[in-house]
Ligand binder design. Structure first.
Ligand code: 4GX
Length: 250
C-alpha cells in the first residue's frame, strides 16, 4: 500500500518508517511512504504556513492554501484515490480493528497538524476521517502519524516473519496477550511455568488462552465485556478467577 504524509517535519516521519519491521516492509516493496511539506508549497517570501486565529485567541492555525497545494501535488504525483485521515484528539479512537481496515486499503494520506490545528474549511473539504491515537495532547500530528504507519505497515502481507504472525497479536481476538518467557528456565527472578517447559502443545495453548483471558479480566474488563466467549474460554476464565481469588485469601 501507499501512505502519503502531509507534514512540516517530513524527515521525522520518514525516519520513523525506516526502522524495524516497517522499514523492512518498505525495502520489500510492500509499503511506500511519501511525504509532502506544506512549506514547500507556500508562495510568499517567508513561506508562511500559519496564521492568527480569526476571532482572536492564542496560538496559530495552519492556513488552507499551502495544505491544498500540497494535497494537489500529492494527487498529481499519483492520481489513485487516497483515503485522507486527519490526526487529532477530536477524532475517533484508533483501534486494532480500524488499523486492520486501513491496512487493507491501497492508499491512505495522513494530514499532520501543528499549532492549534488546521483551518476547519480545509478539513471539511479534504478529510475523509479524523482519528485520535489517544486521549492526550501531542505538540503535532507527526507522532500520531508515525504510530498509525507502524501499526498499519506491520500488517502488510509479508512484513512479519511467520514466527511473529499478526494473528497472534493482542487485540486481534479482542484479548490481551499472554505472558512470554525465554531461557533460562530457572533464574533468581523465578522459574518458567512448568507447562511451558514440556511439549504438550494442547496444554500450552489452553494455558496461554487462560492467561490471556485472566489478564484481560484483571486489566481491561472493558475489552472482555465486548467479547463473546465460547464454552472453553468461559471455563478457562472461571478457572483463572477461582485460582486468582483463592491466591488472594489472607
Ligand atoms: N491523536 N495532536 C493534532 C493539532 C491540533 C490541535 C487542535 C486539532 C485541534 C493527536 C492525538 C494530537 C496534537 C495532533 C494537536 N488539531 N493526534 N494537533 N492525540 O494530540 O492524534
Amino acid at each position: 500500500m501507499r501512505i502519503d504524509v502531509v507534514t512540516l517535519f517530513p524527515e521525522f516521519v520518514r525516519q520513523c518508517a525506516e526502522i524495524g519491521v516497517v522499514g523492512r516492509a518498505q525495502r520489500r516493496g510492500l509499503l511506500q511512504v511519501a511525504t509532502w511539506n506544506p512549506r514547500d508549497f507556500a508562495t510568499d517570501a517567508h513561506r508562511t504556513v500559519d496564521g492568527r486565529p480569526c476571532g482572536g485567541g492564542p496560538g496559530m492555525v495552519m492556513r488552507i492554501e499551502p495544505l491544498r497545494t500540497a494535497l494537489a501535488a500529492m494527487r498529481q504525483a499519483d492520481p489513485a484515490p487516497a483515503h485522507v485521515i486527519y490526526l487529532s484528539p477530536q477524532g475517533a479512537r484508533l483501534t486494532q480493528g480500524r488499523v486492520a481496515a486501513l491496512a487493507g486499503m491501497p492508499r491512505i494520506a495522513l494530514l499532520c497538524g501543528r499549532y492549534e490545528g488546521v483551518d476547519e474549511r480545509l478539513l471539511a473539504h479534504e478529510v475523509d476521517e479524523e482519528l485520535s491515537i489517544g486521549d492526550y495532547v501531542l505538540s503535532g500530528g507527526e507522532l500520531a502519524a508515525a504510530v498509525l504507519i507502524d501499526a498499519v505497515g506491520r500488517l502488510q502481507e509479508g512484513a512479519l516473519n511467520d514466527a511473529q504472525s499478526a494473528t497472534q497479536d493482542s487485540f486481534t481476538d479482542g484479548l490481551l496477550d499472554c505472558p512470554h518467557y525465554a531461557k533460562p528456565l530457572h533464574d533468581p527472578y523465578g522459574d518458567v511455568p512448568a507447562v511451558l517447559q514440556g511439549g504438550d502443545h494442547a496444554a500450552i495453548r489452553r494455558w496461554r488462552l487462560k492467561q490471556s483471558l485472566g489478564r484481560t479480566w484483571l486489566r481491561r474488563p472493558d475489552l472482555l465485556s465486548q467479547c463473546v466467549l465460547d464454552e472453553e474460554s468461559r471455563a478457562l476464565l472461571d478457572e483463572f478467577r477461582r485460582e486468582y481469588l483463592a491466591s488472594r485469601v489472607p
